[in-house]
Design a protein around this ligand. Sequence first.
Ligand code: NOJ
Length: 572
Amino acid sequence: METLHMEIKDKAWWKEVVIYQVYPRSFKDSNGDGIGDLPGLLSKLDYIQSLGVGLVWLNPVFASPNEDNGYDISNFETIQPEFGTMADINALITGLHARGIKLLLDLVINHTSDQHPWFIESRKSRDNQYRDYYHWWPAEKGEPPKRFSFFDPDQNAWKYDVATDSWYLHYFAASQPDLNWENPVVRQQIYQMIRFWLDKGVDGFRLDAITYIAKDINFPEITEDELKEKYENNWSYYYSKGPKLHEYLHEMNQEVFKGRDMVTIAETPGIEKEDALKFVHEDRQELHMLYHFKGMELGYTHHAFKQPDPEGYKLSEFKKIYSEWSDAFASEGWGTIYLGNHDQPRMLTRWGNDAPEFRLASSKLLTTFLLTMRATPIFYNGDELGMSNIKFEKISDYRDIETLYMYQYIQKQGGDVDQFLRDQQISGRDNARTPMQWDASENAGFTSGESWISINPDHVYINETAQDADSNSPLNYFRKLTALRKEYLELIYGAYTLYDAAHEQVYCYTRTINGSGIMVVLNFSSELVHYQLPEELPLKNSEPLLNNETSLQMEINRLILLPWQALLFELE
Ligand code: NOJ
């Protein structure tokens, strides 16, 4: 390719890789306890290498009482025994590096577990030396001003603790008290812990809920009107506007990230595209990339928690969000893109169509979208097979505290729990947490014991072994696309231009460098669609570079697209 030789400004390895997210609990169990573990993951490194990905993001594997599947850490520098040992993590770093793949760990520093020694000390007495590691509100000041908790049966982020007659703050579960970032000693302890992992050879971090670390510690009252007018009734928008957020991020950069060849990806709930460059502009020396939630909010009603809109989502709105976020980094900073992860349902069910006749095509189409947009793709394990939501029937099937506490909350309020359970079949996080489907055997090749969460029965026909042997499978399609991204630099660095923004079925865009490159045509619908290609785009030839179907109906520039057909053409 000509472009391989051209000069591209601001190249970086982390802009070029595809990130593969591994949810360790559900990836591969090696010892039959029903829980995925590091030795299991180590046994699958050749598989991961075969995908063509360049960076693995591993969800938390640190010591944890496991209320929130590892996002409640009780010791940052030890490995949760059910996952393995420090020797296993060392072997993972070495094993990935030997295969040319980097490793990203999860950094959970907005909160700890209530079993962390810091919190155990902090709650003992008001004058304990760890008291100011967390946010406390003494009872003599009266009830603390309302703060919302994401995982609490009363949605109350303050928990009364009798030992010191005070409340403590927890934006997530009561077992996840928020750290007090105002305290410089806390910040130094965290930086020291980050250095510990960097010195071991990890290549970077995904920063959990990082927009929430900074708080106004006067805890002003927030009225319902203010919440509605300024924050769209969504506490995330308030929580992400903490006063010293960028001061802390810059300090962390200077203390630990600066000068190292590494990458940071911030999880940034509550931020708007106008805020994005504050986090990732090169000159600010804070972070490298972030992932936003704007796309994830689409297709839910505003009436209830994660309630799918029966009308689905409008493709024009989907295009608008992803185009605007692409444009936000057009000349500075750099973005990421994802359609699913461990906090979202399976992308196939949410954004494609998991009915038998459409699942293969729509899963490949979503993969095409993720790997051809101008952003580093974060691809969730199992999506390369086109895994779908398990759609549990009963609350007892669920393991996730978000679902369990929300169910209790709705029940307490006298709300419609049956409706909630129907909604969760589409939007619940556990849909993405069912085990990887390695083969058609009873436990999908995931475990020889009893899995910690049910395995999707569709593994008998959706599994890695079958797909590896089938050249037309979603798995092999994913491999083709990771290879194409390496061959065509336009797919990484090329400008993004959207066509037919208002079309409600077809998403068409180009990725070009100096006018030449690739056109992407995606039929985001379960219908046949007649589509006229934009006239100003001359194709190099009418043979597509990639087609997720085995046929193509095209006359001059007019296409008859099959349901969920995805095409890549080279431009002249
Ligand atoms: C975001 C994580 O991705 C999610 O799984 C977790 O529950 C919360 N942060 C709290 O750490």
